[in-house]
Structure formats: C-alpha cells, structure tokens
Write a protein that binds this ligand. Structure first.
Ligand code: UDP
Length: 331
C-alpha cells in the first residue's frame, strides 16, 4: 500500500519523503510546486502536480494507487504574510485541507498525519507549552491550521478518521540532500545564513522589547530530520490501530533571535550585521514546546537537540547550494 504525501516537494515534506523511501515505504507525492521544488524529490517517486484540494485529482490518485494513509504538508507557512493576506491562508491551508479530507474519506482512506503548528497556541500562558494549553492563535496562519484540527476531530467522531496532528515548533536545519529554499524567504535561520553568505546586507531583527531575557522573541528550533522521524512514527502508530493524537514537536529549549544570530556567527565564522526593526505583526513573544507526550507515546527522541548543530547542517547545505535548488523549468 502507498502513502500519499501532499507538499512532498516542500521543505519538511521532502525530508520526510526521503526518510520514507529509505525505510522502504511506497510514496506518492502531490504538490503544486508553489513553494516546493521538483529537484527536492528523490528519483522514482510518483509525482502529481496539483492542489491538495483538487477532488478529481485526489480521486484519480486513489484509483491509480492503493492508498493506506496521507501525510498532509501542503500549506503556506509565513506568519507575517498570513496577517497581510488572510484569505490566501484560509483558502490554501483550511479549505484545501477540508476538500482533501473529503476526497480521502470517499476513497476509504482513514489515516491522516497533519502538519500543524505551535501557532495554534498564540501568546502562551505557560511555558513550556503543553498540548492542552488553550488555543488562541495570534495570526491567520495559526487559525488556518487550528480550523483543520477541528475538522479532523469532527471527522474522527463522525467517520472514524484517525489522525495525528503534529504541532511543529520552529523547523530548521537540513539533510545532505534537502534544505530550506523558499522564495520569498521570511524564516529566521535561512535569512541569517543568507546574510552570512553576503546574499542579504543585514538581518532585520523584528522587535527589541519583548518580555524575554534579552528583549528579542524566543523560539524552539527543531531539526527537520527529527520532524521527519516523528511523521514516520505517527504513521506506524496509526497503522497499528492507535487513536487520534495532538502532539507537540520541539526540543523544549528556547533561543532568542539574538542567540540565533550569535550562534550562527560562531558556526559560520562570518560577521552577520543586524538592524533593529519594529515587531512583526502576529508574532508571539515566546514559543517553547513541552514535547513529552510525543516522546512517551511515539518513543520520539530528537537527534539534533543543539542549536549549533542545527545551524551547522543548514549552513553546510547552503554552502553546497548557494543558489538553492535548480529552478524547475515548469514554474
Ligand atoms: N525574525 C527576525 N528577522 C527575520 C526573520 C524572523 O527577527 O528576518 C524573528 C521573527 O520575528 C520571530 C522569529 O525570528 O520572532 C522566528 O521567526 P520565523 O519566521 O523563523 O518563524 P515563526 O516563529 O514566525 O514561524
């Protein structure tokens, strides 16, 4: 049987596809290549270009392959952009996911792993944040994912859909083959490294007056390979008949923007000039995971808990791919 991976040409999706293929799983990728790269996919993986919410296309894929489960990555993932273009996020992330789930249920597929986010929590009341922390998203990106979590719960009750919603904290790092290459790029670590490479003149630091130890925003950075490993474990959980779950994925340790810049200076040996700028609308001050549930239930154990080693893998990939992936002629 096969696993349908939507967004499999994207950053976290491609690393997960790589791992699934290494483990002998049959993988089918559906991706619109809006922000993903054909070159990020391993050779020989069946690829369909299109929207995750395209009912006819998903029905065709289900007819052509014996689908066991779906891992749904395909989504837009920029907090700032979601504040400026909320409908784009609700249509792309929420509506498309609902249509995908509907098509999968029609095709008899009832195992679903969902890329959710710590942005469902909003400004935290307690840190580290456990899964039962109130969900009050601070931006449309967080809401767009939260809506899908609600849909999944309803479909579990009504239709026996079993799901694992993985609430990622801040994905970072690279494997030898796959790295972070977005256009535009707004994430912190790739932009810090773009400055180190001389591709950007300076790093804007959004906000100096957050209620954190140095005034800059704190995030929990988690290696993309550790995220991929959690997806595989979630799949095995569902395959073995496990019930639906919401799980945080993070290291449980927070780093401020200034600490990320400092660590990147040490790793790269480059200067990395910065410039203070206003807070970015929609940014919470402090997001750090309590990820004990994923460890306990899935036996998940991050292999790259250190920020320096996460940045090192991203830097190695950047040096090997200074212009990112080869551009897809079809884009
Ligand atoms: N950030 C920054 N400069 C940048 C990009 C990001 O100061 O060029 C900050 C951002 O405001 C946030 C943190 O770095 O506080 C992490 O942002 P990112 O976009 O990487 O992830 P998010 O937490 O928004 O998903």
């Amino acid at each position: 049987m096969a696993i349908l991976v939507t967004g499999g040409a994207g950053y976290i999706g491609s690393v997960t596809v790589e791992l699934l293929v290494q483990r002998g799983e049959r993988v089918i990728v559906l991706d619109n290549l809006g922000r993903g790269h054909r070159a990020a996919l391993p050779e020989g993986v069946p690829f369909y270009r299109g929207e995750a919410g395209d009912r006819d296309l998903v029905a065709r894929i289900a007819r052509e392959h014996d689908l066991e489960a779906c891992i749904h990555f395909a989504a837009l993932a920029y907090v700032g952009e979601s504040v400026e273009q909320p409908l784009r996020y609700y249509v792309n992330n929420s509506a498309q996911a609902m249509m995908l789930i509907e098509s999968l249920l029609e095709a008899g597929v009832r195992q679903f792993v969902f890329s959710s986010t710590c942005a469902v929590y909003g400004e935290p009341e307690t840190v580290p944040i456990p899964e039962d922390h109130p969900r009050r998203p601070a931006n449309p990106y967080g809401w767009s994912k939260y809506f899908v979590e609600q849909v999944l719960e309803s479909c579990d009750r009504a239709h026996g859909l079993r799901f694992v919603a993985l609430r990622y904290f801040n994905a970072a790092g690279a494997t030898d083959r796959c790295g972070e290459d977005h256009d535009p790029e707004t994430h912190l670590i790739p932009n810090v490294l773009a400055v180190a490479l001389g591709k950007l003149p300076f790093l804007p630091i959004f906000g100096h007056d957050y209620p954190t130890h140095d005034g800059t925003a704190v995030r929990d950075y988690i290696h993309v390979s550790d995220l991929a490993d959690a997806h595989l474990r979630a799949l095995v959980w569902l395959r073995q008949g496990g019930h639906s779950l919401f799980l945080n994925l993070g290291n449980g340790k927070g780093y401020s923007v200034l600490e990320v810049v400092r660590t990147a200076r040490e790793v790269t040996g480059r200067e990395i000039p910065t410039r203070w700028e206003a807070r970015r609308p929609g940014d919470p001050s402090h997001l750090v995971a309590d990820a004990r549930r994923a460890r306990r239930i899935l036996g998940w154990e991050p292999r790259h808990p250190e920020l320096a080693s996460i940045i090192e893998t991203a830097w190695r990939w950047r040096l090997a791919h200074p212009d990112g992936y080869p551009k897809d002629p079809a884009r």
